[in-house]
Design a protein around this ligand. Structure first.
Ligand code: GLA
Length: 382
């Protein structure tokens, strides 16, 4: 991919680019906990976006999307949303850098990759972090990695309209080969630890559906959690987020909640607990228990948080009944995209054959399955 991007860049712009690689991510457990100031357990993966970027000494940004075969020219003085979503992610990043009183001179950029779009593997975060990283490098802005993460997150809020948490951008930047990141989304303290899955591998099953509800429902979930926090704050003023809430407090004030908001909050409080337990079990090498917790997460996301969909439920059901998948659940925002599955190495082909056939039979859709390896975060390609 690097070579294709570089060649295309030289063909289009006739000078040499800086090459940057920004990966997508998985998340073992801890879903919808990031914007509730809880913990997450993501890792960067071997699906990525590659950027060729260089300053062009002009008043225009010239962008080319390699996979879409689409181009766009933007005057450097008019950074505002366009009707092309892929361009908006890039402009969103430039807008954040400008807010920091830095001048982004004209750049040429070719971008392309192998992160499936809409599969919940954070292609949009990779688009933001990779571009932010590249601009930081070529113009010497000296932003820290953490600043790049935060600017990319706000780019997503303002230019894509999704009030996402920090997990995806953080994982894309801070990923480390063969390690997961235990991130405290309140303090942004994090710890890399080796993912020792022994005889198991991680597989993603791509439903290949993305329901249009996804971003509006995501923002609604976030508001519902905020409503819950406001209710509990009346009783306990030090509550700032669902991170500060336990089941006892929630149950005590159940009467103040409408049932939907209660279910949302219950899920988040339980999920933060599950993540803590999963980390302890991973350290002990008890992968089976982690898998059980993943199934519980799926049930919570389906019944209480209500971000699953028919296709995802079918896949988790196939996994559970197969007897060869120790953990399976919807991963990421929901409403389509992928399930994450932990499968014993010796059962790999059995699982693939079974899931492919059953999913096709039940939905008519050809299932895509990706075996995941864990890679470094956003970096320059030499
Ligand atoms: C999306 C968001 C993340 C996170 C997950 C759910 O991927 O971008 O910030 O909230 O959903 O865990």
């Amino acid at each position: 991919m690097d070579k294709e991007i570089r060649d295309k860049f030289i063909e289009l712009f006739n000078h040499e680019p800086l090459l940057v690689c920004a990966p997508g991510r998985i998340n073992i457990i801890g879903e919808h906990t990031d914007y509730n100031m809880g913990f997450v357990l993501p890792a960067a993966i071997d699906k990525h976006i590659v950027f060729g970027v260089a300053a062009n000494n002009s008043y225009k940004h010239r962008f080319f999307a390699y996979d879409l075969k689409d181009s766009s020219e933007i005057n450097i003085d008019t950074i505002e949303k366009t009707d092309k979503q892929w361009v908006n992610y890039l402009l969103g990043v430039i807008a954040q850098i400008q807010k920091e009183n830095k001048i982004v001179k004209g750049v040429d950029c070719v971008v392309g990759g192998n992160i499936p779009l809409g599969a919940g593997l954070s292609s949009s975060a990779a688009l933001e972090t990779g571009f932010a990283f590249a601009l930081n490098e070529i113009f010497g802005f000296n932003f820290s990695k953490e600043q790049l993460v935060k600017m990319s997150q706000i780019a997503e809020h303002e230019y894509a309209g999704v009030k996402c948490g920090i997990m995806d951008q953080f994982a894309s930047v801070f990923g480390k080969k063969d390690h997961v990141i235990r991130l405290d989304c309140r303090s942004l303290e994090y710890k890399h630890f080796p993912l020792k899955l022994d005889d198991y591998d991680i597989f993603l099953c791509d439903t290949r559906v993305k329901h249009t509800l996804a971003s509006s429902e995501y923002n609604t979930r976030r508001e519902e959690c905020e409503t819950g926090v406001a209710i509990l704050k009346k009783h306990k003023p030090e509550v700032e987020s669902l991170r500060d809430v336990d089941m006892e407090l929630l149950q005590e004030h159940k009467g103040d909640f409408n049932p939907t908001v209660y279910k949302r909050c219950k899920f988040v409080v339980e999920e933060i607990g599950r993540l803590t337990e999963a980390c302890d079990e991973l350290e002990k090498g008890n992968v089976k228990r982690v898998g059980e917790l993943m199934y519980q997460t799926h049930a919570g996301l389906r019944d209480d948080y209500e971000v699953s969909c028919k296709e995802l439920d079918i896949l988790v059901d196939i996994a559970e009944r197969s007897g060869v998948v120790i953990g399976s659940r919807v991963m990421g925002g929901g409403f389509g995209g992928c399930t994450i599955n932990i499968v014993h190495k010796s059962d790999e082909s059995k699982f693939i054959d079974l899931a492919t056939a059953e999913y096709k039979g039940k939905t008519g859709i050809d299932l895509f399955i990706y075996k995941v390896s864990i890679q470094d975060g956003t970096h320059i390609i030499n």
